[in-house]
Design a protein around this ligand. Structure first.
Ligand SMILES: Nc1ncnc2c1ncn2[C@@H]1O[C@H](COP(=O)(O)OP(=O)(O)OP(=O)(O)O)[C@@H](O)[C@H]1O
Length: 262
């Protein structure tokens, strides 16, 4: 995707030494289901933190909690030094959901205007940001086409643009490359690296282990906890393997064993 030298807007400051994201003893219960079970996690500014875990392990629930959309049953979540949910943090967070949030009967530009209105962007600044992000996701030429006529890859690029148009400090990307071809997947990850370089912190969930290897740190979510957390190199070394899939199977088996003996 296209390069830009723009840096993000920074309306909130974290406290001295406070990581951008802090989860302390987070529990989430839906009915009888304990999806998160005392989860602890810190994420520093400028990281790309990868959330990996099987279907139903709670990745989306955690993302939604970091977006301030789901309250923990117990424990606390702080983003930019504020306890969530807190409307003051909302404009500093961008959230690309797993299911498309696009309006198919609107054009790409109209969809972006809608998201800008949520973040309070108006007038010339709004149009400038929209044009900039359209360029970065290479949709400028299609800006005024209705989304119903877009391919799957174009819709994913527009969804990403909608999550980033307000230049959030924290981008939450829930399986952003689902249904995306290998070439575009690589372009997405190159773009994430650029965003990191500009100071944007990214939390991304994925089932692709080649993508996991591109994260600065990874957390393996299972049984409501992070069974392993560290750089890809640390996780490989801890499992005594050079293969990410083998490493995740190792930590999952170890976690299952701990569940049994607990
Ligand atoms: N609002 C809700 N009410 C009841 N159960 C829920 C709710 N949201 C999530 N769950 C349940 O919590 C569990 C975790 O779901 P979640 O979507 O967070 O998992 P995930 O790791 O993102 O899965 P996937 O990889 O398939 O996207 C699932 O069993 C799901 O059915």
């Amino acid at each position: 995707m296209a390069e830009s030298s723009q840096t993000g807007s920074h309306s909130l400051a974290t406290g001295a030494g406070e990581p951008l994201v802090v989860c302390e003893g987070v529990v989430k219960v839906f009915g009888k289901l304990r999806v998160l079970d005392g989860l602890n996690l810190t994420i520093g500014t400028g990281e790309t933190f990868g959330l990996v875990g099987p279907n139903g392990s709670g990745k989306t629930t955690l993302m939604r909690m970091l977006a301030g959309l789901v309250r923990p049953t117990a424990g606390g979540v702080r983003v930019l030094g504020r306890c969530l949910p807190d409307p003051a943090v909302a404009a500093s967070i961008g959230y690309m959901t797993q299911l498309s949030a696009l309006y198919l009967d609107l054009t790409a530009r109209e969809n972006l205007r809608f998201f800008c209105s949520i973040y309070g962007l108006r007038g010339q600044e709004r149009e400038r940001r929209i044009n900039e992000i359209l360029e970065r996701v290479e949709l400028s030429a299609n800006a005024d086409r209705v989304v119903a006529t877009f391919s799957g890859g174009m819709r994913q690029r527009l969804s990403l643009a909608c999550a980033l148009v307000h230049r959030p400090r924290l981008a939450l990307l829930d399986e952003p490359t689902v249904g995306v071809d290998p070439e575009l997947r690589r372009a997405f990850w190159d773009y994430f690296a650029q965003l990191n370089g500009e100071g944007t912190t990214i939390v991304v969930s994925t089932h692709h282990l080649d993508e996991a290897a591109r994260c600065s740190r990874l957390g393996l979510l299972r049984f409501g906890k992070l069974l392993a957390c560290g750089t890809p190199q640390e996780l490989l070394a801890g499992a005594g393997t050079s293969d990410m899939e083998t490493a995740f199977l190792y930590y999952a088996a170890r976690g299952r064993q701990e569940e049994v003996t607990a």
